[in-house]
Design a protein around this ligand. Structure first.
Ligand code: SF4
Ligand code: F3S
Ligand code: FES
Length: 248
């Protein structure tokens, strides 16, 4: 059944902007991204929006729908009362380029700070081996589609630009945890996670986990175990002794 949806969409650029009012024909089975596209097609041809797959897999269409960080292509109109006005704004933590498109370079900078997977030399037969249980442990972490909704939501950086240089954010704590739990990785990720990545600034509010469209248990399965690993390292008597005599 079709109806007229009232929308408020943020329009503007780096220098500022405001919410614009639109009314658009939609069907109950559609998603927010469909409505945005129809506004773009029928009344605001210059409306900037980033998207790609419309299937919740590319991570491009992240925005805030009625203030809640979400993928526009996975947010069903049937979840709202047809009489309700739906407000769509760009992700707040990243600088706006135009309209709903933000500059997410912060995340790519954080990715570059993270040393890549560093396996040891291959076995004599040219292969590398790891236990199935270790393969399975990392699978949840590799579901990440890099939508950066968790990064956008985390209060440590959401309204605190000053924290950004020292805080990598939940998406990258996930990557640190994945690599630290990988039996073939030779880096000591724990020191990096706690130091350069600012793991200690996370106070486990779990807001990142709540918005993850892949339902990755970021806090329980990555951040908390990583904090425990950091603590283990810190209080390991051999590491402590090594630090004292300057060999670690
Ligand atoms: Fe998006 Fe989840 Fe990956 Fe964060 S961990 S970037 S919320 S898919
Ligand atoms: Fe931020 Fe998630 Fe920690 S929201 S404070 S990274 S639990
Ligand atoms: Fe790809 Fe929404 S368009 S996740």
């Amino acid at each position: 059944m079709g109806y007229e949806l009232k929308m408020r969409i943020w329009r503007g650029d780096r220098s500022g902007g405001d919410l614009g009012d639109y009314a658009v024909e939609v069907s109950e089975g559609e998603v927010v991204l469909d409505a945005i596209h129809r506004v773009q097609a029928t009344q605001a041809g210059d409306l900037a929006v980033r998207w790609n797959c419309k299937a919740g897999k590319c991570g491009s269409c992240s925005a805030e729908v009625n203030g809640r960080p979400a993928l526009m292509c996975m947010t069903r109109l049937s979840d709202f009362d047809p009489a309700e006005t739906i407000t769509v704004t760009p992700m707040r933590t990243f600088p706006v380029i135009r309209d709903l498109v933000t500059d997410v370079s912060f995340n790519y900078e954080k990715a570059r700070e993270l040393p890549s997977f560093a396996p040891p030399p291959r076995d004599a037969d040219g292969k590398r081996r790891m236990a199935q249980v270790d393969v399975e442990r990392g699978q949840e972490f590799r579901k990440c589609i890099e939508c950066f909704l968790c990064q956008n939501t985390c209060h440590v950086v959401r309204d605190h630009e000053e924290n950004k240089p020292a805080f990598a954010g939940p998406r990258f704590f996930l990557r640190y945890a994945e690599l630290d739990m990988h039996p073939l990785d030779t880096h000591d990720r724990r020191q990096l996670a706690q130091g350069a990545a600012g793991l200690g600034m996370c106070n486990i509010t779990k807001c990142c986990t709540e918005v993850c469209p892949e339902n990755i248990k970021i806090t329980d399965n990555a951040i908390i175990p990583m904090k425990e690993r950091v603590a283990d390292r810190k209080f390991d008597p051999l590491v402590w002794l090594g630090n004292r005599i300057g060999i670690r």
